[in-house]
Ligand binder design. Structure first.
Ligand code: EPU
Length: 419
């Protein structure tokens, strides 16, 4: 297992280019299963989650190749299998999109329950409710979700919770259903819009993505033949913005959609960090005084849960007591014990982290307990005095393209040692 060695105390300076969005790519790639012709996906992030998913599509029988580092050619016309085994999906949470895509394509699918980041119970009841409303029989047997429908028929679904995964999965299953499907209380995340744009470019008829009511008019086939470019990764962008502020640096984060990081920009400004942006970039200029703030993570356009652990590190530098209330995941606090080992003063009360600013963090061996907790450990290492060793780097590799190379480009002292 690889380790990262970070010598802290160097302000990040310069420009960084953001890759395509992980959470969009991991939905668009399985969506290609529904396309009845070839398609090309550009701006695909070079991360292990994408490689795992590309291998799964290949094993199912798709013709899938990287034309270059970030362009994926997929032709799933000859897909022969509708079964995704545990061996195939165990490394990937987003394997749940195979359910909607395979059901939509074959009206029958078997997908082992997903793996991925571990921060508490991650239910899929809303996905299943959607599949059943479309006419599928769903059975969970020995950890495998078995789905079967004589036909899929458009319907109205009200999601009990705003779920990114359920919204996209229902969209995938409904795209070729007969009639109109309406998803109410849908997720408004940018990657929901991206998946809808991809499917529409291939011949689907989806309206309202990006609002809380999505209407999908079923089409008999998706002829494909189009090219789609994945949107920039707002969580990667946010991670660099936070790292810039935490190290009192000056970083221009390029190739982003500034609107997607607005909830973070607003909080950084409230903390006394300078944020300027226009067109496709945001510049973050750190400050030696970080004001205390209260944050609550919420579905988009609220503050993203995936930036909770990274922003907690920045608030360790705050004047006084800040709070982060977790509004999405019950147990996203595993990063706290690791940060405490570096001198952080954080208490967890229910779903709230109470963060007391400290004069300094000191380097220590720490573990990435999940992808975003891993990013937090890296930022903590950049801020801390001395050397921080980050273990379990494979979590970070799941979702950040070349994190250490990009940080090195900004002047960080970070070295990977192969394990
Ligand atoms: N929920 C249910 N039932 C469901 C589905 C979700 O109760 O059937 C609940 C969850 O327990 C949670 C909330 O609804 O409390 C939101 O879950 P959601 O379905 O939106 O999450 P997800 O689709 O499993 C995606 C991202 C996560 C990100 C969340 C929230 C992908 C592949 N993953 O997960 O990203 O934290 O949305 O924004 O898109 C990450 O990138 O590190 C990551 C974990």
């Amino acid at each position: 297992m690889d380790k990262l060695f970070i010598t802290g105390g160097k302000p990040l300076r310069g420009e960084v280019y953001i890759s395509g969005a992980k959470n969009s790519a991991v939905a668009v790639i399985p969506a290609a299963i529904l396309v009845d012709g070839p398609c090309r996906i550009e701006n695909v992030p070079n991360i292990s989650d994408v490689k795992v998913l590309a291998d799964i599509l290949g094993e199912l029988g798709a013709d899938i190749t990287f034309e270059d580092k970030e362009t994926l050619y997929i032709d799933a016309q000859n897909l022969k299998s509708n079964v995704a085994t545990y061996e195939m999906v165990k490394k990937l949470r987003a394997s749940y999109y195979l359910m909607g895509a395979l059901l939509g394509r074959f009206k029958k699918a078997e997908v082992s329950m997903p793996g991925g980041c571990d921060f508490g119970f991650r239910p899929i009841d809303q996905h299943i409710k959607g599949f059943e409303a479309l006419g599928a029989k769903v059975e969970i047997d020995h950890g495998t979700v078995k789905l079967e429908a004589e036909k899929l028929t458009g319907c109205q679904i009200y999601l009990d919770v705003v779920s990114v995964g359920a919204t996209i999965n229902i969209m995938l299953a409904a795209v070729k259903a007969e009639g109109i499907t309406t998803i109410e209380n849908a997720s408004k995340e940018p990657h929901v819009v991206d998946v809808a744009n991809f499917l529409n470019a291939m011949g689907a008829n989806i309206k309202g993505a990006g609002t809380d009511v999505i209407k999908i008019k079923g089409v008999p086939s998706l002829p494909g033949g189009a090219t789609h470019s994945i949107i920039p990764d707002m969580i990667e962008a946010g991670t660099f913005m936070i790292a810039a502020a935490a190290t009192m640096g000056d970083v221009t984060v390029r190739n982003i959609i500034p609107r997607h990081v607005e909830s973070l920009s607003a909080k950084l400004i409230e903390m006394n960090v300078r944020v300027e942006g226009d067109g496709d970039y945001v510049r973050v200029v750190g400050s030696d005084r970080i004001d205390k703030v209260s944050i609550k993570t919420l579905p988009y356009p609220g503050f993203p849960t995936d930036l909770h652990p990274p922003v907690a590190v920045l608030l360790c530098r705050g004047n006084g007591t800040s709070t982060i209330t977790e509004g999405i995941w019950d147990s996203r606090f595993q990063y706290v014990d690791e940060l405490k080992r570096m001198g952080a003063n954080i208490k967890v009360e229910g779903r709230m982290a109470v963060i007391e600013g400290v004069p300094r963090l000191s380097g220590a061996p720490v573990r990435a307990t999940d992808l975003r907790a891993g990013a937090a450990m890296v930022i903590a290492g950049l801020v801390a005095e001395g050397v921080t060793e980050v273990y379990n780097v494979e979590y970070i590799d799941r979702g950040y393209e070349n994190l250490e190379a990009k940080l090195k480009g900004l002047g960080a002292d970070i070295v990977r040692k192969k394990g």
